[in-house]
Design a protein around this ligand. Structure first.
Ligand SMILES: [Zn+2]
Length: 276
């Protein structure tokens, strides 16, 4: 895990396999966003931040119900944990699941360090579920909002004092984005990115990869517009999903070629399937 100081009060911890985690230092407390996948690594991040800022953690906010974002939540079991209501079923499924060898092996395809993470995982249900938006922090300094897009529960966290937005997986940087779930809504996702462009903030923190500025955000939004338009057009022409996957008119994307993941093809298949 590598730490990047984003501003006076915000630190981004980048994780190679699990999601990023963010620490926001408020007047008398620390707020964390997403736990990543590994409890031990998340505990270390929490401890380092408590030492750095000389404050105790109070709250963990989960941006959405994907396992790579909350599997390390055991590091925050003594805190208030806030999550979008629409993520409840997704999280509950794993809290009550037994992680058998077969289940672990199926996750290892996408997350090579999952087995080690499963050994130390301590899942539990969040304490606060919010519907559309809520404020966090003793002085309500943090705005949380459900936007949808990547999943129907995808939320963003805005820290107005330092003009920083934490995007969860609505931004995935230097890696192919994942949009492979049935509750993905590309139109809504593009709309959200457009709103964020207008805000022209100091930093946008993704669910995976380093922080970005508004220029990178534009490239991400343009990619989503292109892929949506191209797949829509090819499907309307009667091309099969296999033909679409191999089609030269697919946009090449904003990430380095070597960083195209297995789940990218699955995402295009999902997009094709759900186009009306
Ligand atoms: Zn996700």
């Amino acid at each position: 895990m590598s730490y990047e100081g984003v501003s006076k009060s915000v630190v981004l911890a980048q994780n190679k396999y699990g999601s990023n985690s963010v620490c926001i230092s408020l007047e008398n407390e620390l707020i964390f966003v997403d736990a990543g996948m590994n409890t031990t690594i998340a505990s270390e991040f929490r401890k380092n931040m408590e030492e750095k800022f000389g404050k105790k953690a109070s709250t963990l906010i989960l941006t959405h119900g994907h396992i790579d974002h909350f599997f390390g939540m055991g590091a925050f079991s003594d805190l208030t944990v806030i999550a979008p209501k629409t993520s409840k079923e997704k999280i509950e499924r794993y809290v009550t699941a037994e992680f058998t060898t077969e289940i672990i092996a199926s996750f290892e395809i996408y997350f090579p360090t999952f087995k080690a993470a499963a050994k130390v995982a301590k899942l539990f249900m969040p304490s606060i579920w919010f519907e559309n938006e809520m404020a966090a922090g003793k002085n309500q300094e943090i705005q949380i909002q459900v936007t949808g897009g990547h999943t129907n529960c995808s939320s963003s966290i805005y820290f107005q004092q330092e003009k920083i937005l934490i995007a969860g997986d609505l931004l995935q940087v230097e890696v192919s984005p994942y949009f492979g779930e049935p509750d993905n809504d590309m139109g809504l996702w593009i709309q959200t990115l457009k709103l964020w462009e207008k805000m022209s903030l100091d930093a946008y923190l993704p669910g995976h990869g380093p922080k970005i500025d508004v220029n990178y955000l534009v490239k991400v939004r343009e990619f989503f517009e292109q892929i949506l338009e191209t797949v829509t057009k090819l499907k309307a022409k009667g091309l099969t999903v296999k033909e679409v996957l191999e089609h030269p008119s697919l946009p090449s994307g904003y990430w380095p070629r070597g960083a195209t993941k297995l789940a990218y093809q699955m995402s295009i298949v999902n997009l094709y399937k759900h186009l009306r």
